[in-house]
Design a protein around this ligand. Structure first.
Ligand code: SAH
Ligand code: SF4
Length: 365
């Protein structure tokens, strides 16, 4: 089978091409064709001799996940159902706003964690996505918007990546890290780290690595102000409770000054939405100079929760804002095409259960 060049870190691409008998400098040329120009066809790489093009095509492909369906919401949100090489599927979403477009990328098919309000959490983990699958999601979005070659920062529609699709990115850190370094490379897709946000449910031992190796914006799914409540919403809290999580956040590069961490807080009626909860949130987050993103709960069939009322959400936001912490309410986007937070699904079937423990073991947690 021909090997896919997408998803190889720069050094690995070079080594792969050299092993195939090409000169080392070809890696730089191929890199630019793949990630700057978005080519999938070696025959169009005009600075590479015909003979070498043929050799490349014999051994390699430049592959994307296959687009099974593309849906467009009335609010401009676009959602792609993608199929990876092994038949597994995941969804990717672009949320256009006035001044930017955020592509919401998945890191796993399913999730090992079982947050009780999350639809993805009801699906068993199928597998980690590879770096090719992860970069490929953004490349498909660029194909769909015709954004090749890489447009300038100010003109591009697809300006941001949020690792907020299916899965826990810090349980698949190596692949997520390789993929994000590829998209940040200035001679390729060229997204700056300021335009990338990684959201985690709170895998505490990995947070320092995100800071040291990627230094992208961090978002943390807090969702509750006491361990008692958070244990039921985000079960991984039993392993790493709130105090440990906030300590890891405080140590994140730039957290206390320029690069504020975003804490996500899903609004669940009668569960975490009281005035006292809002005041406690302010108390917990004041030392961090953090931001809060209030997310109205997006219901799914059989969900054991309801979304807080609009009045309740606004009262909650008022208290947090008055406490000196910015707390915008996230407008649900793409609800008509089930593209909103926590609504992504995949039709992939569950694999062997054993894989879950493999993945946890590999993540070293
Ligand atoms: N696994 C990572 C990233 C993906 S989830 C994490 O948990 O952070 C992206 C965000 O959507 C998280 O804050 C998650 O808690 C939230 N979310 C999940 N299900 C939701 C739902 N049904 N309604 C609203 N937000 C939800
Ligand atoms: Fe997994 Fe995040 Fe959903 Fe929790 S909220 S089950 S960590 S995807």
């Amino acid at each position: 089978m021909r090997r896919n060049l997408v998803g190889l870190a720069r050094a690995d691409l070079k080594q792969t091409l050299v092993e195939a008998g090409l000169e080392p400098f070809r890696a730089q040329q191929v890199w630019q064709w793949v990630y700057w120009h978005g080519l999938t066809d070696f025959a169009r790489m005009t600075n590479i001799a015909r003979k070498t093009q043929l050799r490349l095509a014999e051994l390699f492909v430049i592959d994307r996940p296959q687009v099974v369906t593309e849906q467009r919401s009335s609010d401009g949100t676009r959602k792609w159902l993608l199929r990876f090489g092994d038949g597994n599927e995941a969804e990717t979403v672009n949320i256009p706003e006035e001044d930017r477009g955020s592509v919401c990328v998945s890191s796993q098919v399913g999730c090992t964690l079982t947050c009780s309000f999350c639809h993805t959490g009801t699906q068993p983990l199928v597998r980690n996505l590879s770096s090719a699958d992860i970069v490929g999601q953004f490349m498909v979005a660029r194909d769909s918007y015709g954004e090749w070659p890489t447009p300038t920062e100010t003109t591009r529609m697809l300006s941001n990546i949020v690792m907020m699709g299916m899965g826990e990115p810090l349980y698949n850190f190596d692949n997520v890290s390789t993929a994000l370094r590829i998209v940040m490379d200035e001679q390729g897709i060229a997204l700056s780290r300021r335009r990338i946000t990684l959201s985690t449910s709170g895998i505490v031992p990995m947070i320092a690595r995100v800071g040291a190796e990627l230094d992208v914006n961090l978002a943390v799914s807090l969702h509750a102000v006491s361990d008692e409540v958070r244990d039921t919403l985000v079960p991984v809290n039993r392993k790493w409770p709130i105090a440990e999580l906030l300590a890891a956040c405080a140590a994140y590069p730039g957290a206390r000054n320029s690069r504020r961490i975003t804490f996500e807080y899903v609004m669940l009626k009668g569960i975490n939405d009281s005035d006292a909860d809002a005041r406690e949130l302010v108390r917990l987050l004041t030392p961090l100079h953090a931001k809060v993103n209030l997310i109205p709960f997006n219901a799914w069939p059989g969900a054991p929760y309801e979304c807080s009322s609009n009045n309740r959400i606004h009262r909650f936001a008022e208290i947090v804002n008055a406490g000196g912490i910015s707390a915008p309410v996230r407008t649900p986007r793409g609800r008509d095409i089930l593209a909103a937070c926590g609504q992504l699904k995949s039709t992939s079937l569950r694999d062997r259960r054993a894989k879950v423990s493999d993945i946890e073991a590999k993540a070293g947690v």
